[in-house]
Design a protein around this ligand. Sequence first.
Ligand code: PLP
Length: 445
Amino acid sequence: MTVAAGIRLRTEIPGPTSRVLQARRTEAVAAGVTSTLPVFVAQGGDGLLVDVDGNKLIDLGSGIAVTGVGNPAPAVADAVRAQAELFTHTCFMVTPYEGYVTVCEELNRLTPGDHEKRSALFNSGAEAVENAVKIARYATSRPAIVVLDNAYHGRTNLTMALTAKNMPYKHRFGPFAGEVYRVPASYPYRDPASLTGEQAAGRATMQIENKVGAANVAAVVVEPIQGEGGFIVPAPGFLPALAAWCVDNGVLLIADEIQTGFCRTGSWFAMDHEQVVPDLVTTAKGIAGGLPLGAVTGRADIMDTVHPGGLGGTYGGNPIACAAALAAIETMRSRDLAAAARRIEHTVLPRLGRLAERSGVLGDVRGRGAMLAAEFVRPGTTEPDAGPASRVAAACHQAGVIVLTCGTYGNVIRLLPPLVIPDALLDAGLSVFEQSVLDLAGRGV
Ligand code: PLP
């Protein structure tokens, strides 16, 4: 089989061994848990996954923005091994350990703003967001939480309420937690061209004032670049204006940096690009090189209001996850992975722009750092077109390149390569994507 450099296809995708495992999986795993690509993984690499049939696939998804440092990053594998030999768990609420404290120190240093901060560790992104909401309500004694159109904050009961999209995240899972209010976001491609970021923020805050009343709002929760909603970069000025309104009204700003954080967008955190300093920041995903860890970091005066024992959980800040996080952060620092993300943007975004012009099926290409996307529309219109996005994703998968879809309308393909991906693999993966889009558009190469 002729394949792009770096890709090795020994069988069709999925191969025979994957299909046998898939049959077992169907008998054992709940049907509600699905996979983008039913290829069972045997081994990872920097930008590659090897499956159980010996096929090598280029990974432009990083397990949904998790393995930016590599899969595994050697330092993360070493740290996990070393910690597992010492102890695997004590529960930080029973007997503490240094790794937890060091991760909190790193988070306090790295997140936006040089004010005094505190952190608390959890197991996942959704758990971090839940706890940020708990802390915000406690600190302000106000009930309401405001979220944006296209938002994604998780799948637990409270975070489903915060998440915008019904299918597949919320459908038939209600009733949802109360006191959650949704207002318009900034979506430059779909907003009127004349709408500035400041005006988009004004549109949101006017609705908050009318529908909820600023005095009732504990926090506005915002993704600095909306992730599952479609990799939507808000118009310049939107986030600063929203932040200023929060300050004026005693409302806390919670930045959900779970997908955008840890160098993904070319800076430690995406809020850095807008010089916005949130009151609370939630992190997870890229923080620990693939180990499950989530965190809330925020102003010390807010974080420390909660009564002793009010925050925690059996596994939150597990010692192996903390060791992995420290190794992952050190890898980001020593390899300057923020700069690597910026280089990826400079390689990929112009190519996506040219592809949009040539193919006629991409209404918008956008993103920051190594968080980039192409939005499919019916040619000549801005009408979302989900079918081609999923057909292109499927064609990429068949050709050995893992890409993911997203978007409120399901019409966006997102590229989330590991930050350590070698140039040749990135180039090969992109070529497959470009070819698939051109084939779909009937344009040939
Ligand atoms: N918040 C954002 C912005 C996310 O992208 C995600 C996951 O995609 C979450 C929260 C939920 O994180 P988790 O899946 O770890 O619960």
